[in-house]
Design a protein around this ligand. Structure first.
Ligand code: ATP
Length: 307
């Protein structure tokens, strides 16, 4: 069985009358890139803080790397790299010096190996060339990358990142995405929160959707976007598809028809032999956006779907 890396049971956090997190059961397994999707204010940061023992739950249980949190924080946290709500750094010091300070609390080693470790993580996040500049001269994106470098210092088994691409330009987002996928391919489990559906769709292998403190959807991305049992036919003449295939046609629009059945070759043969022009065929799959909208009782903009 796959090892569970994060498990929460009935996890709740109340602030007075406000139920910031309202009884959630998360399951993150070793090797996942878990995308924790939710609108602003849905409770993502509060959840992430509870995972790391920074906020105490009102009710419920948290296990990280198989150990209860916050009780086992001293064993668990050295194996976890975290970046929450923007990195903190000393502005007058260089990126390299900031990392060296963080590293001083880490596993130690010779001065040379520590310098090497800091250099490696700076390179990893693409700050190798600017590590000597003071952090106050960094852009927001560079600071975010420095935060990520700090999270990588201990070569963590688990990375927990709250909105890691906030404030980054498209190039920066691309670099962080590539970096996270690289880390994941070498065995790091990644838990990242985001309010951007497209970001989660591009990165995650498993998705949890938070809506007003509750998990409304949690599953593997491949399961969520599994074929629906229909085939989409691209054609300039959808009406003729209907004439040939009758009530197998589930819907049509200007240049396509959706046909019941999961064998595109069979659909193609039937249409081509009847002289219907076919420009393309594919199995129909729902997009993550469609799945999320169906699950969440929220409007598109609440879950970060571009209008
Ligand atoms: P964002 O993306 O905007 O950070 P989020 O999904 O991370 O949103 P949280 O920051 O977890 O959401 O907040 C969830 C709810 O709990 C919000 O209504 C917020 O105002 C409230 N909240 C968070 N922290 C506190 C606190 N310390 N005291 C009172 N209310 C809080």
């Amino acid at each position: 069985m796959t090892e569970t890396v994060i498990a929460t049971r009935g996890l709740r956090k109340r602030y007075g009358a406000l139920r910031a997190v309202d009884g959630i059961d998360l399951d993150v397994r070793a090797g996942d890139v878990y995308g924790f999707l939710g609108a602003n204010g849905s409770g993502k940061t509060t959840t992430v803080r509870m995972l790391l023992g920074l906020v105490l739950p009102t009710e419920g249980e948290v296990e990280v790397l198989g150990r209860p949190m916050p009780k086992a924080a001293r064993e668990v946290l050295p194996r976890v790299g975290a970046l929450i709500e923007g990195p903190a750094a000393y502005g007058h010091l260089s990126g390299r010096a900031n990392l060296a300070l963080l590293d001083a609390a880490g596993p130690g080693g010779s001065r040379r190996s520590r310098r090497q470790r800091v250099g490696d993580v700076l390179d990893q996040v693409g700050l190798g060339g600017v590590g000597k500049r003071p952090v106050k001269a960094y852009s927001l994106g560079m600071r975010q990358r420095l935060g990520l470098a700090g999270a990588l210092l201990r070569r963590p088994d688990l990375l927990v990142l709250d909105e890691p691409t906030n404030g980054l330009d498209p190039q920066g987002i691309h670099e962080i995405r590539t970096l996270l996928l690289d880390l994941n391919s070498t065995g790091t489990t990644v838990f990242l929160s985001s309010h951007l559906l497209a970001e989660i769709e591009q990165l995650a292998t498993r998705v949890g959707v938070l809506d007003r403190g509750r998990v409304v959807l949690q599953d593997d991305l491949t399961t969520l976007t599994a074929p629906t049992g229909a085939t989409v036919v691209q054609t300039p003449d959808p009406a003729r598809v209907r004439a040939v295939l009758g009530d197998r046609v589930l819907s049509t629009d200007a240049d396509s028809a959706v046909v019941r059945g999961t064998d595109p070759a069979e659909v193609n043969a039937a249409l081509v032999s009847a002289g219907v022009p076919v420009h393309g065929l594919r199995l129909q799959r729902p997009s993550l956006e469609e799945v999320v909208l169906a699950a969440a009782s929220t409007s598109a903009d609440r879950v970060g779907v571009p209008a």
